[in-house]
Design a protein around this ligand. Structure first.
Ligand SMILES: C[S@@+](CC[C@H](N)C(=O)[O-])C[C@H]1O[C@@H](n2cnc3c(N)ncnc32)[C@H](O)[C@@H]1O
Length: 177
């Protein structure tokens, strides 16, 4: 089972569902227009392996069983650039604890942003968390989007406005035996 947090218009989630028909995908998105857009894609493409949670992903994560998710996507979360709003950022210790609980050992956590300061924030918080590892070895590992990761609507807008993006792939460390 894979999870996408804040799927926006749903184009990435629908692409993953189409290309991974044996995987069950859950998308969490409170924005109703985004949900409507994804429902249109599901309908047009005849997808049957997506379930939608139309609310805060944190509540969904609390309801999911431990070690139940094999891959999680957090693509271009709201950057909340003002310092006084940083506590609203999705990447924060309590959400990483939630994620660490539901991810299976060795699961991948993909996160992307076009906001360089949020990118540094993501890295700092993930590297400080005992459950996560960042296996990147070279700049190409975070500067280029892997082939099985289609561009989202938000990323396309950032590129059009001249902003490049960061693509992180973290691993959930194995639980202690
Ligand atoms: C900047 S948009 C990016 C959308 C999409 N991932 C993309 O790349 O096009 C961030 C999205 O996260 C959603 N979001 C914000 N907080 C959320 C939360 N707590 N749980 C789930 N989704 C959330 C917003 O509604 C919004 O659609």
């Amino acid at each position: 089972m894979w999870l996408e947090i804040g799927f926006g218009g749903g184009e990435h989630l629908a692409w993953q569902a189409e290309h991974n028909p044996d995987v069950a995908l859950i998308g969490a998105e409170p924005f109703i227009n985004g949900v409507a857009s994804l429902l249109g894609l599901i309908d047009r493409q005849g997808l049957n392996n997506i379930r939608i949670y139309q609310d805060d992903a944190a509540d969904l994560m609390d309801a999911l069983p431990e070690a139940s998710i094999a891959r999680c996507f957090l693509l271009f979360p709201d950057p909340w650039p003002k310092r006084r709003h940083h506590k609203r950022r999705f990447v924060r210790p309590e959400n990483l604890d939630r994620l660490a609980r539901i991810l299976a050992d060795g699961a991948e956590f993909r996160a992307a942003t076009d906001h360089m300061e949020y990118g540094r924030w993501m890295l700092w918080h993930l590297l400080a968390h005992p459950a996560f590892d960042w296996p990147a070895e070279a700049a190409a590992d975070w500067r280029f989007r892997p082939a099985d990761w289609p561009q989202t609507r938000y990323e396309a807008k950032a590129a059009k406005d001249g902003r490049s993006s960061l693509y992180f792939s973290f691993r959930r460390r194995n639980r202690a035996q």
